[in-house]
Design a protein around this ligand. Structure first.
Ligand code: R2B
Ligand code: URA
Length: 310
């Protein structure tokens, strides 16, 4: 197909604006989605995934399987009695991917390198499957700044560890800066899923996204630490003043990559602790499980409402 000056093959532009921006990839040529254990020649991706509307990402296989069963129940999806959901990417031994009707539930692992590999392959999957305008959600955990632990945060912006809304990617020995931009309308729609019966708060705010859990998030409890407690609080309080409500490790890559290809995305995370009072996560396993369901409840509500109205 013709490649215009922009370098984007016209055939790769979806009717709703989502596009893969790579003239090297086309539906006719074999493309192996290695980390998903899928391929456009080995699998009928249109048949398997052509009806997808939502791609829901979260850190762990366990949580995403739970989410898949939860959403199955929420949208009243019917399965043959006695059957179970299958991890479609089981042979990759990397990510776990489940499909329930128009919803993909997939684990992304920890950190931006892991979610970035997955996003490349999911976006190509959407392209090969002929999906026009999917919506991507990250449902995760985070540390809060001055929030009651268990609070759900919907990100309005995502900032790197230098507090800039930029995903820095070294490519061919050069630094490439990609703007990390989340869809504001979607963020507001997700916030509006709040229900008076919820036993937790939902707030919006800026999310700081780091490449590390310990030093990168100003923790004093890593294997080493070369700053003082005072330095830590000075930084975290400054970040809070700039509107940062929470800290995690994937939102920046999600925002930058989805923005780059014209896909809407949102980030919904539950705070496991207040970083202004400590660094260690010391809640019981039961409490942590319960809290981690909260972002899923909110996203589940959004999906249910969307499917009812469309
Ligand atoms: C939240 O939790 C993980 C670290 O514990 C990381 O994946 C993140 O963003
Ligand atoms: N995930 C993070 O990245 N940071 C926290 O403090 C908690 C969960």
């Amino acid at each position: 197909s013709k490649v215009p000056a922009s370098g984007i093959s016209t055939s790769d532009i979806g009717s709703e604006g989502f596009r893969i921006r790579n003239p090297n990839i086309s539906r006719d040529k074999e493309d192996i989605l290695y980390h998903l254990a899928l391929g456009n020649k080995s699998h009928d991706l249109v048949e398997m995934f052509g009806d997808i509307k939502f791609v829901c990402l979260g850190g762990t296989p366990h949580r995403m399987e739970r989410f898949a069963y939860f959403i199955l129940h929420e949208i009243g999806f019917k399965m043959q009695p006695g059957t179970m959901l299958q991890d479609i990417s089981i042979h990759s031994h990397r990510y776990a991917l489940f499909k329930v009707g128009p919803v993909i539930a997939v684990s992304h692992g920890m950190g931006m390198p892991s979610i970035s590999i997955l996003l490349h392959e999911l976006i190509k999957l959407m392209y090969h499957a002929g999906v026009q305008d999917p919506i991507f959600f990250r449902m995760g955990t985070c540390g809060g700044l001055g929030l009651e632990p268990g609070t759900v945060v919907v990100s309005t912006e995502t900032l790197n560890g230098l507090l800039e809304p930029v995903h820095i990617v070294p490519i061919l020995g050069k630094r490439v800066d990609r703007p990390a931009i989340l869809n504001q309308e979607l963020a507001q729609e997700v916030i509006s899923m709040k229900d008076p019966s919820d036993n937790f708060a939902i707030v919006n705010g800026k999310t700081m996204c780091t490449d590390d859990f310990y030093e990168g998030q100003g923790r004093l409890d890593g294997a080493f630490c070369h700053f003082t407690e005072e330095d830590k609080f000075q930084f975290l309080k400054m970040a809070k003043q700039k509107g940062v409500t929470n800290i995690e490790m994937e939102s920046l890559a999600l925002a930058a990559i989805t923005h780059h290809v014209g896909i809407k995305s949102a980030v919904v995370c539950v705070t496991l602790l207040d970083r202004l009072t400590g660094d260690q996560i010391n809640q019981s396993k039961k409490t942590l499980e319960e809290w981690q369901d909260r972002p899923m409840v909110i996203v589940g509500r959004y999906i249910k409402k969307y499917l009812k109205e469309n």
